[in-house]
Design a protein around this ligand. Sequence first.
Ligand code: 5RP
Ligand code: FE2
Length: 224
Amino acid sequence: MTSKLKPLIGPSILNADLSRLYEESQKLLDNGADYLHLDVMDGHFVPNLTFGHPVVKCLRSKIHNAFFETHMMVANPLQWIIPMAEAGVNQYTFHIEPISNVEEVCRKIKENGMKAGIAIKPGTSVTEIAKYISISDMVLIMTVEPGFGGQKFMEDQMQKVRWLREHYPLLDIEVDGGVGPSTIESCAAAGANMIVSGTAVIGAQDQAATIKLLRDTVQRAINK
Ligand SMILES: O=C(CO)[C@H](O)[C@H](O)COP(=O)(O)O
Ligand SMILES: [Fe+2]
């Protein structure tokens, strides 16, 4: 069967040496990353703080061509759309849990030239997000509680990925949290095609080989 689904690997720089954000990001791209997953936390939606649009803008000034996804773990996603678009973000992925205006947020993201990704935490049902698929470009199923890198992969979230893939054969489905060589088979078999991997890629002896392994595993599952 031919399919338009592509395996895409987007390393997260959350657990990298952020004093060397540009060097670490460029190294990931040189080692085969398809996009960069930039974790933005506001200390409200999640109990942690990372960085915001000023830092993304600085990174964009040094890396011109790569696809930037910001994973917005923020209480008010509407607030940061214009600053992130101006900073050069390509895809703005936000959580539906804290808001009731998902349609408005998706519309504004697109009006500002970005793709709209919608995300759910482990405790949120997949049916909650399914109603917004037609107005979004991608769905992110979190496989850890958002807030910190280096946590254990939650296998029970794969039922959501399976359900989505069954109902939406060509949807871009992303998984994020605890994903690496030991958990990629499960993600790929369930139907995820966009793979965020932080600790496993950043800490790998051979980043290029690890990224390739993740991509090849997803490609094999797509080919089945
Ligand atoms: O959104 C996140 C945490 O909220 C990160 O993207 C995620 O945790 C990636 O890091 P790791 O692969 O180390 O789990
Ligand atoms: Fe993330």
